[in-house]
Design a binder for this molecule. Structure first.
Ligand SMILES: CC(C)(COP(=O)(O)OP(=O)(O)OC[C@H]1O[C@@H](n2cnc3c(N)ncnc32)[C@H](O)[C@@H]1OP(=O)(O)O)[C@@H](O)C(=O)NCCC(=O)NCCS
Length: 167
């Protein structure tokens, strides 16, 4: 069943084809993509493939990188949720620049951590970030995660956090 969870200011939900355009806009913004993968903005093909994969995986198994919608305006904001990465259950988030700095990232991630655990029974949840991405590291800390290890991706240092007691 499609997930729809309201928080104080947000709607956490599955994706629709209508999300492709705003997601493509977001993915083409170099500031948004600065700390993602190789740091390059991505094109519409990536956005289409991503949104369609999320729609399919939501139907198949439930947990995904959920779409996050602004409650008051109904605008698509970005995503928050889970994806397997190198055999690790990665918990990540990404929002359009218009929505930064208002506490939305914290609000969504706290809600989606609860959804992951309670609705989908997920364990072994981890998050990773380039250490320079201060806002993301702050969200990780607020979730109560602790430092696990480091790795290198695209020649840059990445820090990994999680809940060691859950593993
Ligand atoms: C990182 C990101 C998710 C933060 O979202 P947000 O909605 O702005 O986060 P919040 O407003 O909830 O802020 C969380 C905390 O980080 C701090 N913070 C956020 N951005 C910051 C920045 N650029 N520099 C310093 N601190 C920052 C906030 O002050 C807040 O701290 P507090 O709770 O102690 O007051 C958002 O900037 C984003 O989508 N960036 C692009 C994609 C990305 O980098 N995703 C993460 C990849 S690992």
């Amino acid at each position: 069943m499609a997930l729809r969870v309201e928080t104080e200011r947000l709607l956490i939900r599955g994706w629709t084809e209508d999300d492709i355009d705003p997601y493509a806009n977001m993915a083409s913004d170099p500031e948004v993509m600065r700390y993602i993968g190789n740091g390059e903005p991505r094109g519409r093909d990536y956005a289409e493939e991503f949104v369609r994969r999320m729609i399919r995986l939501h139907e198949e198994r439930g947990w995904i990188r959920f779409a996050v919608e602004h409650g008051e305006t109904g605008r698509f904001m970005g995503f928050c949720g889970y994806e397997m990465q190198d055999e690790v259950l990665d918990f990540g988030w990404r929002y359009a620049r218009d929505f930064w700095g208002g506490g939305y990232g914290s609000e969504a991630s706290l809600a989606v951590l609860g959804i992951g655990r309670e609705t989908y029974g997920l364990t072994g949840i981890e998050s990773q970030s380039y250490p320079e991405n201060v806002g993301s590291i702050r969200i990780i800390e607020k979730l109560g995660m602790t430092y696990l290890r480091e790795s290198v991706s695209f020649g840059r240092r990445i820090v990994h956090y999680g809940f060691p007691e859950e593993r």
